[in-house]
Design a protein around this ligand. Structure first.
Ligand SMILES: [Zn+2]
Length: 502
């Protein structure tokens, strides 16, 4: 495109040498240049090619159109494309009534800081694609009252204006527009994007697209689409509409069903993924409508949705063997400005928490239907007992003692009496086996008991040991029945060792 423009400029230069060209004197009259202010003033009708004579002029830093300035002809695409020296352009008084194509009109001007197109009568133009795109230095944009009522395509209209903070098109008549793709793409610093109050997109086009419309708008806080009326039953592409946008207050219109690839994810995906979820401000009770990997505002339609994010971190306490702990959590403070009455209902003081992956989640952990403090409890982990160690061997005269230590906390110690050895049993080999067996069973029992109820395990396991010892001593005359009694022994041992491994 630029090569074509250069060629055109050469042709114009040749044409200027020819006395039969009518526009020569008109053009000369229409342009004036002030060397002290580096300002090129347009005061009469100009052609596309005449304008291009000034593109390479390093001293042309400001362009001003005054009364009488007119952009003649319909084609003005790329008019100022890539003009690297201009710093300000004020075309608010120019006549654009003949213009139908303004694609890339003021685009890729790397030093352009100010644009004033307010009130421009661009009402016959249908194409506003990339109108102001890629003006990386742009900080001031006045397009108030600019007539875009015939405009159909606004794709990438403000794309990659990285430094502009306010884009106000609230006065624009977008009633013929249906292509909004990438309109504010990569407007990183735009904290305020002000859209028209009402935009009704025509059904007759059979299609509309908002693809990438707010893609990576990393500073914007609020987007109000509530006045948009999108036609139903037509083809559309709304994917990535909010991809990686920082928007946290989103006003959606009626009949706007959200799709999952709009870029409203809560977690993991994208730079702004680490939010807690979204809240529907109109919901009477639990307004949280997404979270835990879901997409925001799915199928909720019209309403105002707030993206919530953690504010105050509260340190939790780790669970111990016997005591429940509390997870780290964040309390969330919402901006009252977005609620209808300016008051946040008490219900919205939710407590949120996060897991060790630092992915913030909105989750009903305990499944009781509410998200509250009870979801923050991390249950006691239980003791992890080591193996029994005999402290004192029992004899026929005295009881013995054995001890085991918790692997989680060495201050947790459990001791158990080993019953006196039975004088009669100790004389027979088979009786000794029986004694060993009962002791093993009692150890298994006590291990099982302690994992269930730690506070009572000591008493119950001692009791079990006594019972076991009683059982063996109250049946001295019973002949050993090794098969039925010994069968459970391997499984009991296995059970014990498994618990120890845990
Ligand atoms: Zn323990």
């Amino acid at each position: 495109m630029k090569t074509l423009k250069k060629l055109s400029a050469v042709l114009v230069a040749l044409a200027l040498a020819c006395p039969t060209v009518f526009s020569v004197s008109a053009a000369e009259d229409s342009f004036s240049f002030d060397e002290t202010t580096n300002t090129l003033t347009i005061s009469g009708p100009i052609t596309y090619d005449e304008l291009q004579n000034y593109e390479e002029r390093e001293d042309v830093k400001h362009i001003v159109a005054v009364e009488g300035a007119k952009f003649t002809g319909d084609y003005w695409e790329d008019a100022f494309y890539g003009w690297e020296y201009i710093e300000s352009v004020d075309l608010s008084k120019a006549d654009f009534s003949e213009v139908t194509d303004m694609g890339f009109f003021l685009s890729y001007c790397e030093n352009l800081k100010e644009i004033n197109m307010s009130g421009a009568n661009t009402g016959n133009c249908e194409d506003f694609e990339d109108l102001f795109s890629d003006n990386d230095s742009l900080v001031s944009l006045n397009v108030e009252g600019m007539d875009v009522s015939s405009g159909k395509t606004f794709d990438e209209c403000f794309e990659c204006c990285h430094n502009i903070e306010v884009i106000d098109i609230s006065s624009w008549d977008l009633s013929n527009a249906y292509v909004f793709s990438g309109m504010f793409y990569h407007c990183y610093d735009a904290r305020s994007i002000i859209l028209p109050e009402t935009v009704t997109i025509k059904e007759e086009y059979g299609y509309y697209t908002t693809y990438n419309m707010f893609y990576e708008t990393e500073s914007v806080e609020e987007i109000n689409l509530s006045g948009f009326v999108f036609p139903e039953g037509v083809d559309r592409d709304i994917s990535n509409m909010f991809y990686d946008s920082s928007v946290r207050a989103l006003h959606l219109p009626e009949n706007f069903s959200i799709v999952s690839n709009m870029g409203l994810e809560n977690a993991e995906n994208g730079y702004y993924g680490n939010y807690l979820g979204w809240i529907d401000t109109a919901a009477e009770e639990d307004g949280i409508i997404s979270g835990d990997g879901d997409y925001a505002v799915l199928d909720r339609g019209a309403g105002t949705y707030l993206r919530i994010r953690p504010t105050n971190k509260h340190e939790g306490t780790p669970a111990t063997c016997e005591e429940d702990g509390v997870l780290d959590y964040y309390t969330v403070v919402l901006d009252t400005a977005y609620f209808p009455d300016g008051i946040i209902p008490e219900d919205y003081e939710y407590i949120k928490y996060y897991d060790e992956n630092a992915v913030y989640e909105v989750k009903d952990i305990n499944g009781d239907g509410t998200i509250d403090e009870s979801d923050l409890v991390s249950p006691a982990i239980g003791h992890d007992w080591g193996e029994w160690e005999v402290v004192t061997e029992p004899t026929t005269e005295t009881e013995g003692l054995r001890r085991r230590v918790c692997k989680n906390d060495p201050s947790h110690v459990e001791e158990e009496v080993i019953p006196k050895l039975d004088p009669e049993e100790s004389t027979s080999e088979s009786e000794t086996e029986s004694e060993t067996e009962s002791e093993t069973e009692s150890a298994a029992d006590s291990a099982a008991d302690s994992s269930k109820a730690d506070s009572s395990s000591k008493a119950s396991s001692s009791e079990a040991a006594k019972t076991a010892s009683t059982t063996t001593t109250t049946n001295p005359g019973t002949p050993p029945t090794p098969v039925p009694v010994q069968l459970p022994q391997p499984s009991a041992l296995q059970q014990l060792s498994q618990q120890q491994l845990l």
